[in-house]
Design a protein around this ligand. Structure first.
Ligand code: PLP
Length: 396
């Protein structure tokens, strides 16, 4: 047996999270794309069947109360709160990440405006997943602000008396680089601005600690590391101290203090509910709620420990199997700067990923030349990691 194979066996037998894989529907492919679409938790189909047949099919409209549909966005928000270090009452689930970026960025600049300060600039991560940048640009235009793209590490120098808000990603979707949320948030606060974080690639993969680090607003999706299913609803965090003044740019009837009063005047609800817009997408929402049960009894710290062990081991196996100089790792080697994925740059990455997928190793391509492998500690093991690197080595 080759050395990495023996090592994988040792690591798998010492892995205290190994048993969690049984909570998912998986086969013998190596699934390293859970940072794009998490695997299906095994309890979801049965739960959705109940939601559709009994809650919708039999109880019909009664389910808004009796099955807890109406309160699902806040209830599930609290469940996500446990995974991102937010006390109950600050997260609401609904809409897409894109829509929540809009609410958060406009909400942040409106909060700043209420202080009476004349700040007219929004900073945005220049390397961001495109939708965040597009939405931030529109938010800036609508609110009469200037949008300035800056690399996250340059944010401290770019901050100034004009900065109203800063939109950053906790983990870069392409390189897997983890940004320093605590120190960037405090630099933003020291400049008198508000920090909006996108947690799409960190929630469910590593500790975020929103409350502890004083984050003002945050958004994230639930179909990556939270396994909520394709298009499952995203979430919005509004720090408790800002909630009374949070002025949503999409004040739909669900966020009214008395939605069934059907009044023509808008009066915002207190708390997290103020972030709601329209009728929640209950089927996706409740699939997500069931999916979050896989986290029962699992600590985010243990997930982080395994995630780093998985990515370290992958890098070791890549060095062992892939001929020198064929790939360049663009993910930082320092643990403090690494999310839960490894991105390898190489020519003809598109063709290589195609062959990997044919051979049962599922990662993805980030155009034009990045092979991206996501490591989801709840269901990826060290044997998977060894096999992925071995197949990659054979492809070269
Ligand atoms: C995945 C991801 C999104 C997805 O946005 P949707 O509105 O859900 O399509 C947005 N931003 C970042 C940083 C992402 O990683």
């Amino acid at each position: 047996m080759s050395e990495p194979r023996a090592r994988a066996e040792e690591l798998d037998s010492a892995d205290e999270l190994a048993g969690l894989r049984e909570r998912f529907v998986l086969d013998d492919v190596v699934y390293l794309d859970g940072n794009s679409l998490g695997a299906l938790p095994a309890n979801v189909p049965g739960h959705l069947d109940d939601v559709v047949r009994r809650q919708w099919g039999e109880l019909r409209i009664r389910s808004w109360d009796e099955s807890g549909w109406w309160t699902a966005p806040e209830r599930i928000g609290d469940r996500i709160g446990r995974l991102v270090g937010a006390a109950p009452g600050q997260i609401v689930v609904g809409d897409s990440t894109s829509v929540n970026v809009f609410k958060a960025v406009v909400g942040a600049v409106r909060l700043v405006k209420l202080t009476g300060e004349d700040r007219d600039e929004i900073l945005v991560d220049a390397t961001t997943f495109p939708t965040d940048g597009y939405i931030a640009e529109s938010a800036a235009r609508l609110t009469g602000h200037t949008l300035r793209p800056v690399a996250p590490h340059e944010v401290p120098d770019a901050l100034g008396p004009r900065t109203a808000a800063v939109l950053l990603n906790h983990v870069d979707y392409r390189t897997g680089r983890l940004h320093d949320l605590p120190s960037l948030t405090s630099a933003i606060h020291a400049a008198g601005a508000l920090a909006v974080w996108d947690l799409c690639h960190s929630a469910g993969a590593l500790p975020v600690d929103l409350d502890a680090h004083g984050v003002d607003l945050a958004v994230g999706c639930t179909y990556k590391y939270l396994n909520g299913g394709p298009g499952s609803p995203a979430y919005l965090y509004v720090r408790e101290e800002h909630q009374d003044r949070f002025d949503s740019p999409l004040p739909g009837w669900n966020s009214h203090t008395d939605p069934f009063g059907m009044s023509s005047g808008y009066e915002p609800a207190p708390g997290a509910r103020r972030g709601r817009v329209g009728t929640p997408d209950i089927l996706s929402m409740l699939a997500l709620e069931a999916a979050l049960e896989v986290w029962d009894g699992v600590s985010v710290d243990s997930v982080r420990t395994k995630s780093l062990a998985l990515t370290d081991f992958f890098l070791e196996c890549v060095s062992a199997y892939v001929p020198e100089g064929r790939v360049e790792c663009v993910t930082p080697s320092a643990h403090a700067e690494r999310g839960s994925q490894v991105a390898l740059r190489c020519p003809e990455a598109g063709q290589i990923m195609k062959v990997l997928i044919e051979r049962g190793v599922i990662g993805d391509l980030r155009h034009p030349d990045v092979l991206r492998f996501g490591f989801t500690p709840l269901y990826v093991g060290f044997g998977d990691v060894e096999r992925a690197a071995r197949v990659l080595g054979e492809v070269f």
